[in-house]
Write a new protein. Sequence first.
Length: 201
Amino acid sequence: MKWRTTNLTRQLKPLYQIKMEKSLLIYDPVFKDNRGTLAPLSLKFKEGNHPYLIKEWLQSNISVNPKKYTLRGLHYQSGEYAQTKLVKVIVGNIIDFVVDLRKDSEDYGKCFVYEVNSGYELFVPKGFAHGFITTEDNTVVQYLVDEKYSQPDEGSILWSSVPDIIEGINKTIQGFNPEEILISDKDKECISLDEYLKNSF
């Protein structure tokens, strides 16, 4: 697998229409002043926007993370309850990682890693596993989904079974110690990426 990350100091490349949706980093400003922060996140997009974003967004979720190195994921839903996500950092900073689980995709099994800070959104298509780790205390993440939660259709992949994620975290956080991670028991006990790919056929 080739590790891919987006350098936020560079201008984002033009967006091109392609056959299959890809994970995509989008700039959408967060406004800050002496009163605090205003972070718009549109629910409806017009034809002038990138076509990926024209979805029927069903729900907005807020993830409040008091401690840095809080790790969530990798999560996905399959079948008719597969979810598209639009993930926005309101306050703080995260390393976001997605794995393409679509069997008919040229990127099947590949991992993509992004550093996402306040004012950026990550578009995550259906058929991807998604997760993130916070790199600052008090990080707040909002994300839209276009399908409801379905417990029978949810799954998880062990983050540490994906070499690109480990490499991405180590490159971004100097001297990172995995023992500092705050993670749920559920996310510790899921299957590896290799197991998922082996059993998906």
